[in-house]
Design a protein around this ligand. Structure first.
Ligand code: GDP
Length: 139
């Protein structure tokens, strides 16, 4: 069944000019781009997006990093898109990510790890409308 997932190409990957490489990996993996745009997160937006991590010790650093430069936010579609994109991203820590994944290729550290992807249907259902209106998703 076709599913939507939400993605962020994070500030480090945008600054390193990897947007095209990453979107090509997504397309080559058979996922369809439903929407995409570049944004520069405010503190409030970054804190709101990562609110589930607000009690974690690295929350402040994570928010600062996410507002450190522009991001590319996208919605991808495909059968099992959530798991397929998580698999394509690789492990949170690029040092643990396997060959062929986005984080292995472009992640610099456990924080600056190139990309975000929804971790389940409930999360995707919150994250997609956090950044996109229904009018912005192509049919
Ligand atoms: P993900 O689902 O693979 O992105 O991983 P998590 O949901 O566990 O963490 C969210 C994001 O927080 C990660 O993608 C990293 O950017 C960041 N992060 C995770 N663990 C750490 C850590 O130990 N230190 C720092 N500075 N950032 C972290």
């Amino acid at each position: 069944m076709a599913e939507l997932t939400f993605s962020i190409i994070k500030p480090d990957a945008v600054a390193n000019n990897k947007v095209g490489d990453i979107l090509k990996m997504v397309s080559d993996a058979g996922l369809t781009i439903k929407a995409t745009k570049m944004i520069h997160l405010t503190k409030t937006q970054a804190e709101g997006f990562y609110a589930v991590h607000s009690e974690r010790p690295f929350f402040g650093e994570l928010v600062e990093y996410m507002m450190s430069g522009p991001c590319v936010v996208s919605v991808f579609e495909g059968d099992n898109a959530i798991k397929r994109y998580r698999d394509l991203m690789g492990a949170t820590n690029p040092a643990d990510a396997v060959e062929g994944t986005i984080r292995k290729a472009f992640g610099a550290s456990i924080e600056a790890n190139a990309c975000h992807g929804s971790d389940g249907p409930d999360t995707a259902a919150i994250e997609v409308p956090y950044f996109f209106s229904s009018l912005e998703l192509v049919n």
